[in-house]
Design a protein around this ligand. Structure first.
Ligand code: ADP
Length: 750
């Protein structure tokens, strides 16, 4: 099917697609159109990675918007992404649709708003959590949705995030009568079941735009799925290095999937030795430029390690990196400057970074709940495989696993090469998932009786898949009892009503169990809880992903737990309740990180002390800020006296500063470091900054003219210009050299 055969789209769309080099629809895309995706029909498309699912989504959204325009009903299209990081990326991709008079909105912000402004857009991009929270906060514009696209719908199988996607889809479908639902999925075993659940047409295809050979490297040869073999000698190198080298000899790039961040970093360091050899002067200069940009993102060891590898044409990619780091790496890889990236599976999920070869080096990863190494699923491995081969650029793609014995070679063929991907199963019928969704369903008035609640739950994928009669009802009952016990809802006969606190908890988008923990802690904590006490309290909730205890940590944090016992809120477990005690200590370790941050410890010192990356620090800080905001609202609702202490702890952790800097960090472009420098130069508040002598400001900001001007402008100075101003030496911060900083930090070490 040619793009010029498409109908029902805004004028100019086919010509625009042609200008992008898209003349002919890929076969699965043509199937989708034949199945009615441009006529408003529901569709499930289960097709391999990189086979053009996004275009199917665009066609669905464009035609739906065009229909709304023609018949005057309007209507917004909603694109649901699985990861926050993908929201902006997708929105950027959709920005090209603006030429057809469409406006694109992306909702990345915090929860707990109805995002009314979003409704003015034709296309909105958001995560399923954000969509769920918009529903909870009564966003009326959602009633005007005409089309929703769920990207990576196979993630309904994910225990932690799947239920939200599932419930959100079920709710929107029930609420909006003529809503078109398009669900995009990787190739899965039971796409038909998903299509049945959504009353959708099904496109189930294994077609790919570029040939993919899959196989296993063993000994000195690649063994492929078609039975062929190719010699690839390892020599004195590692298998991975030998394959990367072989790909380079053919002018190709390699993506290596490993099972941990540490392994990703170590592999990049080693593989830099391979890529570094063949670089010419021009490439070296370009890579140095990328490395400089990486170092500017943050001054942590992770950042430094990444920059070192990038200078030699290699990189790592994992969730511990800052977002700016990740996009620098992805761009340089697409530009073929970086020739090998070692990544944790985050890169397989969505980011468009194809390469000639993919190596799945580790096919097992540590799984805490299983207490040991567990094999990856075939679905996951196939998604990593799917990144091999760049259509139009590479002649073919190759994806390989590595075996170190003949037995392993056979096992890998059975497990991953010949195996079909697993079926996707709903994870809804678990208490943590239902706890939050049951409360929200009642609080939004979606169900006001137990009967109606159970009827709604019958519309979920879980209900359509399960053969365990009564299980959903049993779990729902125990969740209702929990919510009633904690004062979040009231029951009268069959009737269900959320209490004011229950309403608030639902809107705040926290797990009811987190809210209960926070409420008990605050009620116990008196009017003046300390920052550490509050950080510990929010770190204990199921909404905080706590730091692991490493060897030796047990002792360290047990000691701190006793030293600062009086500050910790709520009922402490004893050392004999082992699991609870461990949890208490992990939360304490997390809280100490937050306290260090709020006491202005350098980012790199924190990274070292807790063995985390800059992305982790920001993640913990964001989560703490969000939970403390919830705590502040709950404290006000319940008339607990500590509201002021909670607010202060929240603002301090948000900016990473002590109390005395709180006024200065309110100036745009003044972060924790600049605020400290200004303060130490005697400029302690915004009025003082406006009045301060320019040489003093310039001196405090280390003579950086541009920075000083921006800062003065931000604080509303009538004449921020620094022309002819000399920095005052006395105001210059004393920055201890690296060794000095170490010595000083060690004094406060524990
Ligand atoms: P998926 O979402 O399935 O992983 P994408 O939608 O990102 O894959 O598509 C991969 C690439 O293929 C994109 O660069 C896209 O522009 C290109 N593409 C999609 N459809 C076509 C087509 N019909 N003809 C040529 N290129 C296409």
């Amino acid at each position: 099917m040619k793009v010029t055969d498409l109908s029902g789209l805004p004028d100019g769309v086919p010509a625009f697609l042609q200008s992008q080099g898209i003349e002919e629809l890929y076969p699965p895309q043509a199937e989708a159109v034949e199945a009615g995706v441009t006529d408003g029909r529901n569709l499930v498309a289960s097709v391999p990675t990189a086979s053009g699912k996004t275009l199917v989504a665009k066609l669905a959204m464009l035609s739906s918007i065009e229909r709304g325009r023609q018949n005057g009903t309007g209507g917004t299209a909603l694109y649901i992404v699985p990861l926050r990081a993908l929201a902006s990326e997708k929105a950027e991709e959709f920005a090209e649709l603006e030429q057809f008079g469409l406006s694109i909105g992306v909702s990345t912000g915090n929860y707990q708003s109805d995002g009314e402004w979003l409704g003015d857009n034709d296309v909105v991009v958001a995560t399923s959590e954000k969509v769920d929270s918009l529903i909870r906060n009564g966003a009326t514009w959602m009633q005007n949705l005409s089309c929703i696209v769920a990207d990576e719908v196979h993630l309904v199988d994910d225990a932690s995030r799947g239920p939200t996607l599932e419930v959100t889809l079920a709710k929107l479908r029930q609420r909006i009568p003529d809503l078109q639902v398009v669900a995009l999925s990787a190739t899965i075993g039971n796409a038909g079941e998903i299509a049945d659940w959504l009353d959708a047409e099904l496109v189930d295809s294994t077609w790919r735009p570029i040939d993919l050979k899959t196989g296993v490297h063993y000994g000195n040869a690649l063994h492929f799925d078609d039975g062929s073999q190719r010699e690839l000698a390892v020599g004195s190198k590692s298998q991975t290095a030998a394959i990367v080298d072989d790909t380079l000899a053919d002018d190709g790039s390699t993506l290596v999937f490993v099972n941990s961040r540490r392994n990703a970093e170590a592999a990049a360091r080693r593989l830099a030795g391979v890529t570094g050899n063949g670089l010419d002067t021009e490439e070296r200069a370009a890579l140095r430029e990328v490395a400089t940009q990486i170092r500017e993102v943050s001054d942590t060891e992770t950042s430094e390690n990444l920059a070192d590898a990038v200078e030699k044409g290699a990189a790592f990619h994992h969730a511990g990196l800052a977002r700016e780091h990740r996009s620098l790496v992805e761009d340089a890889f697409r530009d073929r400057l970086i020739r090998v990236v070692s990544a944790t599976p985050t890169l397989a999920a969505g980011v468009n970074t194809p390469s000639r070869r993919v190596i799945v080096r580790d096919w097992q990863r540590y799984d805490g709940t299983a207490g040991g190494m567990q094999p990856l699923s075939a679905l996951e491995v196939h998604q990593m495989f799917g990144r091999a081969g760049r259509p139009g650029l590479d002649p073919y793609g190759e994806a390989v696993l590595l075996a170190s014995s003949h037995g392993e070679l056979e096992e890998l063929f059975d497990r991953y090469i010949y195996a079909d991907p697993e079926p996707v199963r709903s994870k809804l019928a678990a208490e943590p998932a239902l706890r939050t969704h049951v409360l929200a369903t009642v609080a939004t008035g979606f169900a006001t009786t137990r009967t109606a609640l159970l009827e709604f739950l019958q519309e979920t994928l879980y209900a359509s898949q399960t053969s365990e009669v009564g299980r959903l009802e049993t779990v729902t009952e125990s969740v209702l009892a929990y919510l009633e016990r904690n004062g979040f809802l009231e029951r009268e006969g069959d009737g269900l009503t959320a209490t004011p606190t229950g309403h608030l908890v639902s809107q705040l988008y926290v797990d009811p169990m987190s809210a209960a923990e926070i409420i008990h802690g605050l009620e116990d904590g008196g009017p003046d809880p300390t920052a550490l006490g509050l950080y510990h309290l929010v770190s204990r909730t199921p909404d905080m992903y706590q730091l692991y205890l490493r060897s030796g940590d047990d002792e360290t944090y047990t000691e701190i737990a006793y030293e600062r016992e009086a500050e910790l809120l709520g009922h402490a477990p004893t050392e004999f309740e082992e699991a609870e005690w461990e949890d208490w200590l992990s939360a304490l370790k997390t809280a100490k990180l937050l306290e260090d941050w709020a006491e202005e410890l350098d980012e790199d010192r924190i990274a070292e002390r807790y063995e985390v990356g800059p992305g982790d620090i920001r993640g913990k800080v964001d989560t703490a800020e969000w939970l403390l905001n919830a705590a502040e609202r709950l404290a006000a609702e319940l008339d607990v006296e500590s509201t002021t202490a909670v607010r202060e702890a929240r603002i301090r952790v948000k900016h990473g500063v002590s109390e005395e800097l709180l006024d200065l960090v309110r100036v745009d472009n003044v972060g924790r470091k600049r605020a400290r420098r200004l303060y130490d130069a005697g400029i302690e508040s915004r009025p003082e900054l406006r009045e301060a002598s320019k040489p003093r400001v310039l001196g405090a900001l280390r003579g950086r003219t541009k920075t000083a001007e921006t800062v003065l402008e931000s604080v509303g100075h009538p004449d921020p210009s620094m022309d002819d101003v000399e920095g005052d030496e006395d105001a210059a911060p004393e920055e201890p050299d690296r060794d000095g900083a170490e010595a000083q930090a060690n004094l406060g070490d524990f």
